[in-house]
Design a protein around this ligand. Structure first.
Ligand code: NDP
Length: 234
C-alpha cells in the first residue's frame, strides 16, 4: 500500500537516502528543502522547520498532493560544535531550535491527522552522541538526547491511538555533516568503532524503513542504534 511519507531534510545526506528507500518501496514521498534545487522524484516542499508557519504551509501542500502524512521522519538537523567556554547562547539555542523544537513542530502538525486516522508512524533521527556525549557537542548532544524523552513521552501518550514513536541513533555517517572533520579526527573516530568504518546513509535508511513497516507494528519508544557498535552499552 502506498503511504504518504514526509522526510524533513530529505534533500541530501541521510534524509535523501531515507526518502529513496520509501520511494523504492512504492510510497508517496515528500521532502523538505530550504534552498537550491531539490532532487527529483519527490514532492519537494520549501520549509524551514524553525518556522511554524512554514511547517504548516508545507503540510498543506503535502495534504493536497499526497493526502495526510502517515509516516513522518524527523531527520533535519544541524551542528554548531564549540567548546563550552566559547559556546554562545545563540550556538546553543539555535541547535536546540532546529534539532529538538523543530521535531516538536513537525510532529505536532502531523499528529492532528494521525489521531483522526488512529494510526501513524513517527521516526526521529537522534545520534550516538545524544547518549554517549561528545566534547564540543554539548548543544548537539542535548538536542539529540532530548529527542529520546520526547519520543518516549509521546509513545506513552499516543500508544492507545496506534501511533508509534521510535528513535534511530546513527553513529558517524558519510555526509556533508561529517565532511567538516579532519582526516585525523576521522581516523580517531573509526578506531573506536567496532565495525571499523563510517556508515553509508543507506544503512540508516534501512532501519528507518523497518520501523515504519508492518514488521515493526509492536515497537514503540525504542532507541535503535545504527552505529557500528560505537555506543553500545548505553
Ligand atoms: P546534512 O548536513 O548532510 O543534512 C542536514 C539536512 O537537514 C539537510 O537536508 C538540511 O537542509 C536539513 N536542515 C537543517 N536545518 C534545517 C532547518 N532549519 N529546516 C529544514 N531543514 C533543515 O546532515 P546528515 O544527512 O548527516 O544528517 C541528517 C540527520 O542525521 C541530522 O539530524 C543529524 O543530526 C543526524 N545524524 C547525522 C550523523 C552523521 O554522522 N552524518 C550521525 C548521527 C546523526 P538544507 O539542505 O536546506 O540545509
Amino acid at each position: 500500500m502506498s503511504r504518504s511519507v514526509l522526510v524533513t531534510g530529505g534533500n541530501r545526506g541521510i534524509g535523501l537516502a531515507i526518502a529513496r528507500a520509501f520511494a523504492d518501496a512504492g510510497d508517496k514521498v515528500a521532502i523538505t528543502y530550504r534552498s537550491g534545487e531539490p532532487p527529483e522524484g519527490f514532492l519537494a516542499v520549501k520549509c524551514d522547520i524553525t518556522d511554524s508557519e512554514q511547517v504548516d504551509q508545507a503540510y498543506k501542500e503535502i495534504e493536497a498532493e499526497h493526502g495526510p502524512v502517515e509516516v513522518l521522519v524527523a531527520n533535519a538537523g544541524v551542528t554548531k560544535d564549540q567548546l563550552l567556554m566559547r559556546m554562545s547562547e545563540e550556538d546553543f539555542t539555535s541547535v536546540l531550535d532546529t534539532n529538538l523544537t523543530g521535531a516538536f513542530r513537525v510532529v505536532k502538525r502531523a499528529n492532528r491527522a494521525m489521531l483522526r486516522a488512529r494510526k501513524g508512524r513517527v521516526v526521529l533521527i537522534s545520534s550516538v552522541v545524544g547518549l554517549y556525549g561528545g566534547p564540543g557537542q554539548a548543544n548537539y548532544a542535548a538536542s539529540k538526547a532530548g529527542l529520546v524523552g520526547f519520543a518516549r513521552s509521546l509513545a506513552r501518550e499516543l500508544g492507545s491511538r496506534n501511533i508509534t514513536f521510535n528513535v534511530v541513533a546513527p553513529g558517524f555517517v558519510d555526509t556533508d555533516m561529517t565532511k567538516v572533520l579532519t582526516d585525523e579526527q576521522r581516523e580517531g573516530i573509526v578506531k573506536q568503532v567496532p565495525l571499523g568504518r563510517y556508515a553509508k546513509p543507506e544503512e540508516i535508511a534501512a532501519t528507518v524503513r523497518f520501523l515504519a513497516s508492518d514488521d515493526a507494528s509492536y515497537i514503540t519508544g525504542a532507541v535503535i542504534p545504527v552505529d557500528g557498535g560505537l555506543g553500545m552499552g548505553h
